[in-house]
Write a protein of this length. Structure first.
Length: 230
């Protein structure tokens, strides 16, 4: 299949183009605000290097979240816009599933609690087990304090949470991993075969946390609680 994959859910944007059975071409760069300006030129460059026109793709695969709110909106807007313009289906993939697949590809782990930094002193987490042919979700996506994440004995942890929260996480195997476009490409065939693709309008983000900022009054109340008494 000819596929374009992209993820902008973290501090790194990642894109890849798969043309048939050839090795995919990949590119990454700084995420966040930089991703929105760099993403489309990078996609155009990879398509040109692959010898593919946008209309020659079979689908656009993207990380739908959870992750950075700005990043998720960027990925969805780009995937949706390109898909509308070329009349292509989109395949939305959970970013934590892509973390698990990236960890499997880099270290061979098959039972993974995947985590991404959710900021605000919390992490996004979900648990997946590799069956030998596909991933099975064992615990759905949740946002919680790092010390509340449950990791079964013998399972690995994977993600980008160990630098900020490592001392508050359980002990065990730790694999640094991000939801790469290459991982999305590896996940895509089984998900497409299962009928998970949809029209361009289906390119919508997965938000786990509804509230991403405190009001001025809430910040003032929090400071009052933590300030020493006069």
């Amino acid at each position: 299949m000819n596929l374009l994959a992209l993820d902008t859910s973290t501090e790194v944007f990642s894109i890849a183009v798969q043309r048939g059975g050839a090795a995919p071409l990949q590119q990454q760069g700084p995420g966040g605000a930089n991703a929105s300006a760099a993403l489309i030129p990078a996609i155009q460059d990879l398509l040109a290097r692959s010898g593919l026109a946008l209309a020659g793709l079979d689908a656009i695969v993207f990380g739908r979240g959870p992750g950075s709110f700005t990043g998720l909106r960027t990925a969805c807007a780009v995937a949706q816009g390109l898909a509308f313009g070329a009349d292509l289906p989109v395949l939305a993939v959970d970013t934590l599933l892509a973390v698990a697949e990236q960890a499997r590809g880099s270290s061979g782990v098959t039972r993974v609690v995947a985590m991404l930094d959710a900021r605000m002193d919390e992490v996004y987490a979900a648990a997946y087990e590799w069956s030998g042919a596909a991933w099975q979700e064992r615990q759905g996506v949740a946002v919680q304090a790092p010390q509340r994440v449950q990791v079964p004995a013998g399972w690995a942890m994977a993600g980008n949470v160990f630098a900020p929260y490592g001392e508050r996480l359980p002990g065990g195997v730790r694999v640094e991993a991000l939801p790469s476009a290459a991982a999305l490409l590896r996940l895509a065939p089984a998900l497409l075969a299962a009928g998970r693709a949809g029209p361009a309008a289906a390119a919508i983000p997965l938000y786990i946390r509804d509230k991403v900022a405190q009001t001025t009054e809430e910040r003032a109340a929090a400071r009052a609680l933590t300030s020493p008494s006069p």
